[in-house]
Ligand binder design. Structure first.
Ligand code: HEC
Length: 157
């Protein structure tokens, strides 16, 4: 038993060293920049979607995971902090549903992002303060402000 633990530890140390030396690990060329940016922002958006679904299950449908609510709303606050930064110039082609209007009207895009972040903050505060009566309306306004941006700036399916 003891020996097995030691072996497991050696394997962990070994992979940590391999990572530190850059032995395995992806190598990106300059041209991959836009592609990985798109992958990253879509992953982040999906994570937002997942945290919104989990929040809805608790707040709207009464799932018995109230203790996890703070973690979900904190993620939504953090991830909506600077959405325009996820859409640098040049990340408008390839496997993306981002519309050109993002770069044509950056002020409006930034404004909708700010409104979404403020709605997320208000929801998070209600969770922190245990203000249960405010949860439902504040959750709805986060959802509406996600949708408002998608309507103008994301390609429809
Ligand atoms: C300021 C604009 C904006 C806001 C606010 C915004 N989104 Fe998005 N979202 C986008 C754009 C643009 C895309 C398309 C990105 C792409 O395909 O490169 C997107 C894509 C998505 C996707 C699809 C990801 C995929 O797999 O392709 C989901 C899910 C999503 N958003 C959820 C959310 C949720 C939930 C919120 C609110 C908490 C939110 N978004 C807020 C602009 C926004």
């Amino acid at each position: 038993m003891h020996r097995m633990l030691m072996n497991a530890r050696n394997i962990l140390v070994g992979s940590a060293i391999a990572l530190a030396l850059g032995v395995s690990g992806p190598v990106y060329s300059f041209d991959d920049g836009a592609e990985v940016t798109i992958d990253y922002r879509q992953g982040l958006m999906r994570a937002l979607g997942g945290n919104m679904s989990a929040t809805a299950a608790i707040v709207v449908d009464g799932a018995d995971f109230r203790d996890n609510l703070l973690a979900h709303t904190r993620y939504i606050v953090d991830a909506t902090q600077d959405i325009p930064a996820l859409f640098p110039e040049g990340s408008d082609f390839g496997e993306t549903d981002a519309l050109m209007s993002i770069w044509e009207d950056p002020e409006r895009f930034a404004e909708l992002s700010r409104e979404n972040h403020e709605a997320a903050l208000a929801l998070h505060e209600a969770v922190e303060e245990g203000d249960d009566a405010a949860l439902m309306p504040r959750f709805r306004s986060v959802g509406e402000s996600c949708r408002a941006c998608h309507e103008d700036f994301r390609r429809r399916d």
